[in-house]
Design a protein. Sequence first.
Length: 408
Amino acid sequence: MDQGLGHPKRDSPRNRSRSPLLPADAAPLAAVLDGMPVLVTGHTGFKGSWLSIWLRELGAQVIGYSLAPPTTPSNFAASCLAQRIADVRGDVRDLVHLRDTVATYQPQVIFHLAAQPLVLPSYRQPKETFDVNVGGTVNVLEAVRTAGCVRAAICITTDKVYKNREWPWGYREIDELGGHDPYSASKAMAELAVVAYRHSFFEGVGDEKAAVAVATARAGNVFGGGDWGAHRLVPDCVRGLIEGKPIHLRNPSCVRPWQILLEPLSGYLWLAAKLLGQDGTHFAQAWNLGPAAHEVVTTEEVVQEAIRLWGTGSYTKGTAQQEVETQILRLNSDQAAQELGWHAIYGWKEALSETIAWFKTYAQARERAEPVDMYPACVEQIARYTERAAAAGLPWAGAAPEGRAGDA
């Protein structure tokens, strides 16, 4: 682990080019990212660890900047990522350390994922939530503004940035931002900070402005292997299934845009490739990266399918938290389909099947008291997903769809 700044930790020569474990159709992303220094804030978290793995397999020189993993166990530890990338421990609230890290490693792309990511804890720790989600985002933007090396940045927010109207249809990028809980409000504020920095400093006009393409991405409720986060449906399911205890379901009728995390991660990567292109400023805006509209299901349906896939288990219902959690939440991803040629690939049942398979592999290794390294399992799931995306004609996976982007 790189606690200080020192010299950048370099990966092995093999990983300076695209991994042979990924299909050849991954070339469009590798062509852009191979050999490129890329900083991921929040790399010890669930999504950040998977994104770091994917970037590494595409040949990027990955630098992680984060606090210690937020859970034990974690995908970061299970995938032995500390030995595979530059692992810098730091807090996004520490502007000096963050600036020094950017100055030392000279990343050309930044994916900002570090956050307080949950609604319920935001009620208990509202100031920390705002400090991390708003102040941390401003610090990343400040580091970008003063670095001179960054060409593109993507700040990851959430589907909860929209003012909640309990609409039965999906929110679009042009809909009003808002948030009644501290988490949602903090993420909406982060979106506004990005817009302010983009127009004030990053549009390449005037002596004090650098041309940096900065976008935000709003994903649905994700799940996947290696997520042990608290107050999350699938991790709660897995804990109950492994321990043989009933799963407690807080709000069985809540509707969420469930998707495997590989879906938005592919969108982040393709968006980065677009931001780095000649027309990068066109893509410097907000993007929804959600599942297909017909894939939005209730939390109870997800729990029932997880039990079926595991082969055993039970659950109980509760309603204690309904007053603080949105009941209906959908995203409209038409903009990403039309302009990025991106759309979701897996149905929610297939996505959940991949997730449960990952946890079964992990649990079996622990039962056999074997050293656990889930990195190959993560790469295999990324490879399968990429192959499916190529077969579906998505340009990021190496296949151009017939007709206009988004018609596939």
